[in-house]
Design a protein around this ligand. Structure first.
Ligand code: ZN
Length: 200
């Protein structure tokens, strides 16, 4: 590291701060960037700045979007009577990749976790109830992760939704207990979505 000029050392340091990038990879990427044409480096720098400027949370589902309302929420061919509740954007992307779902989403931005001080007011539960009360949603599919926090969140939500005129289902087995949805393969996720069941 010390053999590099300060500007390259700085770049290696920045790259190394990214998740999944170790010192060797950071070094390799930095040296690659030194070699590329200026316009390629500019395009990378611009792409990074552009996501920082443009990306925000969709005002309806709290997924990532370049506009106030995201592409899925504003797509009229998506089934507005189905609402799939997930913890984070990565799970939404995993379900989209499975191709098994044509409804809309609600991204909670986390799961209930009393141990970490995350209660119902810290995730987007209130906004979920507002969407349900609009009356368009007929089925809520609880697709939170199958680890403890995800399960507790699903149970909490199913109790909260009791008495409201919606069918509440939970994605079915096939998803390993204690597992993270984003690591589940597409087929398993597809089957889990197809064989969802009514809770309680
Ligand atoms: Zn949206």
């Amino acid at each position: 590291m010390m053999h590099y000029p300060p500007s390259i050392r700085r770049l290696i340091g920045r790259l190394q701060a990214l998740p999944g990038i170790g010192e060797k990879t950071a070094e390799r990427l930095a040296l690659h960037l030194v070699r590329v044409q200026r316009k390629e480096a500019e395009a990378l720098a611009y792409a990074i700045l552009n996501v920082k400027e443009k990306v925000r949370l969709c005002a309806r589902c709290f997924g990532l979007s370049d506009t106030d309302i995201c592409g899925i929420c504003s797509n009229p061919s998506r089934d507005a009577s189905l609402l799939c509740v997930v913890e984070n954007v990565s799970e939404m992307i995993a379900i989209e990749r499975s191709g098994a779902y044509c409804g809309r989403y609600h991204i909670l931005q986390g799961a209930l976790s009393p141990m970490d001080g995350i209660g119902p007011n810290d995730i987007r539960i209130h906004e979920l109830l507002l969407r349900v009360d609009e009356g368009e949603v007929k089925e809520i599919i609880l697709a939170t992760n199958t680890h403890l926090e995800g399960e507790s969140t699903a149970i909490y939500l199913s109790e909260l939704l009791e008495g409201r005129p919606v069918r509440v289902t939970r994605i079915a087995s096939g998803v390993p207990l204690g597992g993270d949805l984003k690591y589940v393969d597409q087929m398993t996720l597809k089957r889990a979505m197809e064989t969802r069941h009514v809770l309680g």
